[in-house]
Design a protein around this ligand. Structure first.
Ligand SMILES: [Zn+2]
Length: 170
C-alpha cells in the first residue's frame, strides 16, 4: 500500500492515529485538508477539488454532504451581522434622528459579500466537522490511496481492503 514516494497515508498509519478535533478545526479554518493538513484544495476560489491532492481524501463523502457547509457559511454571516446590528441599535439610541440607509447598506453588503468570501472556508470547516463526527472507513482510506497513485499497475496484489458497499460475495 505504501506508494512509490513513501506516502505516509497507508491504511495502517491512518488507523493508528486520528488527528485531534482541535487539529481538524485548525486545518479547516485555515482552508486546509482536515485529514492531512495539506493545501491546494481549490482549483479556483470557488471550485474545490474532489480529492485532497496530498492524501487523496474525498471531501464529498456522500451526496448532499456540503449542505452542512452552507449552514457553516450562514452561521459565519450571521455572526458578522449580529455585532453590527447591536452597534447600530446603540448608535441609534445616541442619535435618535440618524438615518437608517447607511447601516442598512452596510448590513446588506456584509450579508452578500460575507458568504462569498467565506465560501471556501465553510467547506473545509465543514469537512473538519464531518471527519470529527464520522471517522474514515477503511474503504475510504483505500479509495484515497488508490486515487493518489492512479497509474494502473496491472494486476498488482490488491489486498481486499475495500469493505464492499454491496456485498457481492456468495
Ligand atoms: Zn489531505
Amino acid at each position: 500500500m505504501m506508494g512509490a514516494m513513501g506516502q505516509p497515508f497507508g491504511v495502517e498509519d491512518v488507523l493508528k492515529g486520528r488527528p485531534a478535533p482541535r487539529t481538524l478545526l485548525r486545518r479547516g479554518i485555515s482552508k486546509r485538508c482536515p485529514r492531512c493538513g495539506g493545501g491546494g484544495l481549490f482549483a479556483g476560489y470557488f471550485r474545490m477539488r474532489e480529492r485532497c491532492p496530498t492524501c487523496g481524501y474525498q471531501f464529498e463523502r456522500e451526496p448532499g454532504f456540503f449542505v452542512g457547509a452552507w449552514f457553516i457559511n450562514f452561521g459565519i454571516a450571521e455572526g458578522l451581522l449580529f455585532p453590527i446590528v447591536m452597534l447600530f441599535g446603540w448608535w441609534k439610541n445616541v442619535h435618535p434622528d440618524a438615518g437608517v440607509l447607511g447601516p442598512a447598506i452596510l448590513g446588506a453588503a456584509i450579508a452578500i459579500v460575507g458568504p462569498i468570501v467565506f465560501y471556501p472556508f465553510s467547506k473545509t470547516i465543514w469537512s473538519a466537522f464531518d471527519l470529527m463526527m464520522v471517522p474514515l472507513e477503511v474503504s475510504e482510506i483505500v479509495a484515497a490511496a488508490d486515487a493518489l497513485d492512479d497509474e494502473p499497475a496491472g494486476g498488482r496484489g490488491r489486498e481486499d481492503g475495500a469493505v464492499g458497499d454491496e456485498g457481492s460475495e456468495p
